[in-house]
Design a protein around this ligand. Sequence first.
Ligand SMILES: Nc1ncnc2c1ncn2[C@@H]1O[C@H](COP(=O)(O)OP(=O)(O)OP(=O)(O)O)[C@@H](O)[C@H]1O
Length: 642
Amino acid sequence: MSNIQEELKNSLKLLKQEWGEDLEQFKKKFLYTSISDKKEEGICWYPVQLKKSKIGFGERWIVELERFDTSQSHMFQSGKSVSIFSNHQNHISPDLRINGVINQVKKDVMTVTLQIEELPEWLNKGKIGIDLLFDEASYREMEAAMKAVIKAENSRLAELKNILLGEKVADFGEMQSPDISMLNESQSEALALVAAAKDIAIIHGPPGTGKTTTLVKAIQRSLATYKQVLVCAPSNAAVDLLVEKLQGIGVSTLRIGHPARVEDHILSQTLDAKIALHDNYKELKMLKKKADEFRKLGQKYKRSFGPEERLQRKRLFDEVNRLKDEAEHLEEYIVYDVFQQTQVFASTLVGASNSALKGMKFPIVFIDEAGQGLEAATWIPIQKSDRVVMAGDHFQLPPTIKSFEAAKSGLSETLFEKVIKRQAQASKMLKLQYRMPKLIMGFSNGFFYKNELKAAEKAQSHFLSEDEPVLEFIDTAGSGFSEQVEEESLSTCNTEEAKFALKYLEELIKRVGIAKIKSHQWNIGLVAPYRAQVRKFNELLFESYQYPNLRSFSELLTIDSIDGFQGQERDIMFISLVRSNSKGEIGFLSDTRRMNVALTRAKRKLVVLGDSATLSHHSFYQAFLDYIEEKGCYKSIYEWLY
Ligand SMILES: Nc1ncnc2c1ncn2[C@@H]1O[C@H](COP(=O)(O)OP(=O)(O)OP(=O)(O)O)[C@@H](O)[C@H]1O
């Protein structure tokens, strides 16, 4: 057996190990995570009220539950497994839980089929909620993809397996001379490489070098040759960003995936929305309505009726069936028509297994942020494609892996990294970045990119105003701003730091000028590595009136964890590092690739807030503090406190 077959089998084994660990951690999460945390993650409805209950087919109980907190987005959908719990006396006991499967979710009402013989009394006593249970579907899809790749022989997938894993050399056609009218030289060379690639091409490079920009251009170009292509990324946020950019240049894009996971401004690109906007949609609705009316009429006939009525009832039901068939055909036609008009199908890596794409093959798949995708997930869209183009940076966020052992044994190595190592001629590195002035870029450049990264001339003119520093580190050491652990979620926050961050931004807006910021549409990112701190920002900002200017900027302000910012950029970035303790424990912050993402999002101003006494125990932060000192960007919180 060849080495790559062994390697793939090992990857599959590690994936299963990760699956087991994830399941274990999920179980623990449910025991220790607060309800508000779970609600925020979209995996819990609380409180809910029991509206109806009945016994359905197979003597199963079916319940209808309504939630009150209607604003929260969620991930519940039909077919998913859920667990209904009682929070009696603010305590969730494992005994007061029942499992079930979602029949349907309509706005704020969920219908669930339960796996019990009798309804427990506590269901009627209020204080109940619904948890989403562990979703094995993604793992199943990844497992299936790995198995398909292992099994592949005498097929395009088998060839791609050999090429991507380095057994066979990637093939290229004649390289056209790069057209530098739109992009810079190395970006244009990357475009030429993509055009010549018969198997695989990779665009990689540090933050802000235009990987996504070049990839979008390559996608647009490919549409001159191919009618339809597939575009993927590991996260929903990265897919939405690509869809937004493609939409911006007039490419007709269909966003595959559950609408609950798609950002609001991208919803119009989902299949549901496109069906609803289709010319024939009104006709479809009419057919369904008529079928319903005839069905109701037919049901009005009681049991004891004569032959005349029987005939009439039969006619009505025949009509119902005819109308339903017609509606079904019309719906199939609408979907077919939407697909015909689509140039780019866009989904997450795992989302490429969506039934809407079943049986479809693409001449080429483009994968952005490929350094964040697990190998098994990356194979899912590749199975559907003849050629592969990936873009990413292996010094930014890696795939999220729960099992330390599996990560150590190789699961953390992405397909993207393997191809860069094994097919050197198939990749092009971009080195000129357009996002950040040199001062913001400098630390990351030295620490991660051997100072190979250059800043474009135009990035030097990125600032808010002549006298507004582009980089500041504000040291909270000695201020008494110490971290707290959120009791229920065990996530860390730092209330004083959160208050200071908001106050700072409030003052910054006033200082730079509200009108100026609004007229330039400069946007702001407020970020922390911990979800508890993100929650704290939201609580403080939206539940008080202390920050009126910042609140009035809410459409230009994004508050999120670092992971939510991968691939994005903001004019102003404020990072609250949270950790402040006497032991020098920095936990999660030691993931330097995550910090690399955070430190490289800002276009005009980057403010980092943290406790140097705690942070300097780690060499990465010591190096960062040295850089800050050297560049004269250090400030002590005492400048604000007194
Ligand atoms: N050739 C170019 N000329 C001018 N601006 C450019 C060029 N290429 C990219 N940019 C700009 O640089 C910024 C960063 O580009 P982009 O987001 O594509 O980079 P990236 O490499 O994908 O970044 P990240 O690694 O953070 O995902 C964007 O504002 C983009 O418009």
